[in-house]
Design a protein around this ligand. Sequence first.
Ligand code: NAD
Length: 495
Amino acid sequence: MAITQAEIDRLASAPVAPRKLLIEGKWVDGQGGETTVLSPINGQKLTTTAAASAEDVARAVASARAAFDDGRWSRMAPAGRKAVLHRLADLIEKHTLDLAVLGVRDNGTDIGMALKAEPGSAAGTFRYYAEGIDKVYGEIAPTADNILALVHREPVGVVAAIVPWNFPLMIGAWKIAPALAAGNSIVLKPAETASLSLIRLAELALEAGVPPGVFNVVTGPGRITGEALALSMDVDVMVFTGSGPTGRRLLQYSAQSNLKRCYLELGGKSPNIVFADAPDLAAAAKAAATAIFRNAGQVCVAGSRLLVEAAVHDEFVAALSKAASAMKLGNPLDLATQIGAVNSEVQLEGNLGFVADARKEGGEIVLGGNRALSETGGYYMEPTVVAGVQPSHRLFREEVFGPVLAVTPFTTEAEAASLANATDFGLAAGVWTANLSRAHRMVRAIRSGIVHVNTYGGSDNTVPLGGMKQSGNGHDKSLHALDKYTELKTAWIQL
Ligand code: NAD
């Protein structure tokens, strides 16, 4: 059934009740007070969320541990967990619109994208791992004749998941679904500015039959709640998506505490490389605009560096800028909007700082560069294209995580590959060429977790997503993700 603007407006005008912590299946106040959640749409107070103190976090971890140890979920037959996770996917689908609208209200993603990328994607992820988990087998090792050597795959125990404010449901599901499918208990720490849809997901998980204590939620500041979770002596695995500086801290916390395994999905500065022989330059220009400007650039795999062959540089930048200007920037709850709000004032200020530095370093602002729609009180920014960006410039090397594209020309394939790899990141890339051999050479040459060819940004649950270099370690999605949530145990049996 088609979704109408009137339905969205009705849901968006409903007040949002203050949210609590979920510990041992009960919604409880946080001892750390509360966090005010501002709407990025108009800068107004939306609601509050509970702030978990270190003691709250300890209780959430203890609840996850008790649930794991008594086997209420960890020893349930995989087919049983599968049924519950399918029920959760059913509930997410049933509540698609209210989950999407709630998410837009605190994170600012445009509703069209939120509907597809948030509940839509999360439901699919729960189904994918629900279906996968009773098809994963242990092994019998090919060893000596008088030995039976079995390799068991067991859940790791208590998983802590710390997630960012962009696409909280999608990214949350990439971690929660495989962790629960494998039989673990979870303590989830959403981002301060975008936790509402994940808190609702936890409510739906209880309704679906995930036993109390198996899925706990602690909201609160990263430096208090997140830090307490990461320093816990009883968390077995920490899975994280967020910025590089926080990722580094998590590794330190692991070293300072119990050496918990730490899997990091971090930032990117992904090159989108256009050769003059691209099959359809006009289509490539539109795709390059979408690659950076959808969700106001707040996409980990955003094509934030455009490397374009000098022979077509000017015409390509003109076509891309035209496509970007045609994208509708506005209220993210409006179905016609293609670029919604930036998540917070802090993030917006940071974006504008990158533009100011690019100007100082000699970049040419071809499009945008300014705050937009300030009369709304919300956080909006014009799609911004900066040409003449050199590898030494800040805009070439550092992640903005906003709607700012750096453009750099190249002349040879070798130079394109070298520029592509000339940052500390290695998350994603795009290559546009009609030359099949060149496409494969570039896929080999670029050090990133995914390389798109003649498209940008696509993927689904069948393929892993992870970073090389300082974009992280470990992978979300695909059956490979189960490696993070399972332990291998050998049984060596003398016959
Ligand atoms: P962030 O690192 O500031 O925050 C992420 C989470 O970490 C939040 O929940 C925050 O509260 C928590 N946190 C902050 N400090 C902490 C601490 N000291 N201890 C424990 N937890 C702490 O990142 P963000 O601004 O929310 O997200 C944007 C970043 O995420 C960008 O760099 C983006 O590229 C990255 N990202 C990566 C992927 C990927 O798959 N690789 C996907 C989406 C976003």
